[in-house]
Design a protein around this ligand. Sequence first.
Ligand code: PLP
Length: 447
Amino acid sequence: MPNRISGGPDLPQQRRVVTDIPGPASRERAARRRRLVADGVGTTLPVFIEAAGGGVLRDVDGNSLIDLASGIAVTGVGNAAPEVADRVAAQARLFTHTCFMVTSYDGYVDVCEQLAELTPGAHAKKSVLLNSGAEAVENAIKIARTFTGRDAVVVFDHAYHGRTNLTMAMTAKNMPYKQGFGPFAAEVHRAPVSYRFRDDLSGVEAAEQAIDRIERQVGSGNVACVVIEPILGEGGFIVPAEGFLPRLADWARESGVVFVADEIQTGFCRTGDWFACDHEGVVPDLITTAKGIAGGLPLAAVTGRAEIMDSVHGGGLGGTYGGNPVACAAALGAIEVMRSRDLNSAARRLGELMVGRLREIAHEHPAIGDIRGRGAMIAVELVRDDGRTPDPARAAAVSKHCHAQGVLTLTCGSYGNVLRFLPPLVISEDLLAEAMDVLADAFTTTA
Ligand code: PLP
């Protein structure tokens, strides 16, 4: 039977709560889900969605939720954006797959051209396309190891790089990402990151501390690459102090270490720049992207200096579905929206709106120990009365209240005490302001 409900920007842009959340229709489906879907697959809010677009998600009970998640920083261009949906439909009618390693098609090369143009640095760049963020990170490490002939990989405290074996080793947080899943890949070493709210170091001092740790415990001559999120995502939207990333990048260059920026969460206008590295003019050797690149379809990439990318032997990179033509069509549509609607400026405006309102809320509620982030990637870290001790229970309570009132929020952080806000970059300012009002009310109610 044809589905007569359509999503996209035409979906009424409003918050509307007509049942308990989750409502009866979602609860019924959740019971079916429990029977059929593995328990290990989590859910933030157990509603089932039937349509989404702009800044809202509509569930099967008819509730319209304000979306502050974007499917974890994916649908920056909005859900079911016409520029994405139309290209997907057109491509799906032409052909859905050949496997790029078997026969080529333009969409893949077009996406690589966009990546070469948009990622930081004016040097010659090449890309490989993949399916998921974790797969991109894995491939960046394969490339860095081949190029340098070295084994060691350096990652940072609070890092998140994925759920495959190598990326689990790179991810910092044990529960739920690693518990019981070892043994993990070897030659992954962790260094301290700059975390302004919890250390007193300038960015350069924090970088020197990290470099000293690497030099003493690993030896730069053994290091193939450092991999860092320019703003740490799952770890709590930690923004390294100014100077940290440039100093680290300089050290990597001097030491023959490949500098890999994991921009899977921060990329594609999320932070108000095409990439978060742009903010301080940092030019990574390799950059991993995924999430926001394709408006919701699975696509990921490693893009980097041509000579590094080309160090891998023919056939060494790839995968059956990597750079699938439908996903590439989606990416080209999504990038078109980012350009035509200037989503970098939009992200900056949304960020200003959120930070302004969050400062007012923090004034009333000392539980907000820190407000941080950049562009439309903003978070608050919640603490107990001493102003330091993480308060994950309060974060969960505030989030739960928001959910009941029709605002989809996410938590994150090594201690689970960070509320993060990742609205679609096409959300209206009125709707976002309304979500902030609900958040303010959640802080008052849970005080
Ligand atoms: N790297 C970063 C910075 C991420 O935020 C994520 C996902 O949240 C990943 C890697 C893994 O991406 P995926 O879930 O697509 O494998």
